[in-house]
Design a protein around this ligand. Sequence first.
Ligand code: CDP
Length: 233
Amino acid sequence: MYKRKSRKLDEPREMEAKVGIIKRADGSAMFKIGNTIAMAAVYGPRNLYPKFMQNPEKGILRVNYNMFSFSVSERIRPGPSRRSKEISLVSENALLSCLNLEEFPNSVIDVYIEILQADAGTRCAGICAASMALADAGIPMRDLVSAISVGKVGDAIVVDLDKEEEDYEGGSTDMPIAMMPRNGKISLLQMDGNMSKEDIKKALELGRNTCNKIYELQKRTLKEKYMVEVENE
Ligand code: CDP
């Protein structure tokens, strides 16, 4: 059976979160899990230009995911890639579920996700940071979105694969998921590899438990910032 050196199979890497890290933005957050660090900045809702793109019935959400050139040991070429476009799109869809864009006619909410340091699970860390940044921007939301990667390394079902596990010689499957923890609705589910139906069920269960832990950290971090602000007023 596959074993981890320093954590249990159902244990995510150490997590850390912060909000309000980019003062110029309307909302911002950092989410760190192990050696993966994501930052997110939110601008808006603001008028959408060019004007012909405006819709008087509802606003739009625009998500841009990017990895810093120095986020992995091999320099990443700046500018959009097929991968970054795909991750921007799936992150946008994952976050859409928590917003009601009909509240923002003719407007856009811009979300920028930047990966400072990558050790697998960057799309999930990016979504966690982005949903906190949306809340920090004061945008009304149905719930936060929490995300984690689950999967299989060798013969073991695991949560939060790092890069070494993703590249495991005995074979690995990576299944990133995102959900709104309060109602359990899943808004991102991808899979790179193969798993049986039974394994997927077990992995999803692990993912749900871990999303609940992430959710508590996200809420606590947001509360802490606003409690301090209220106390200082
Ligand atoms: O990061 P995430 O797991 O969401 O997406 P991935 O495409 O499965 O990438 C897995 C990991 O591969 C990233 O987190 C990086 O650590 C690494 N990677 C890399 O080293 N060079 C790239 N150009 C892209 C990803």
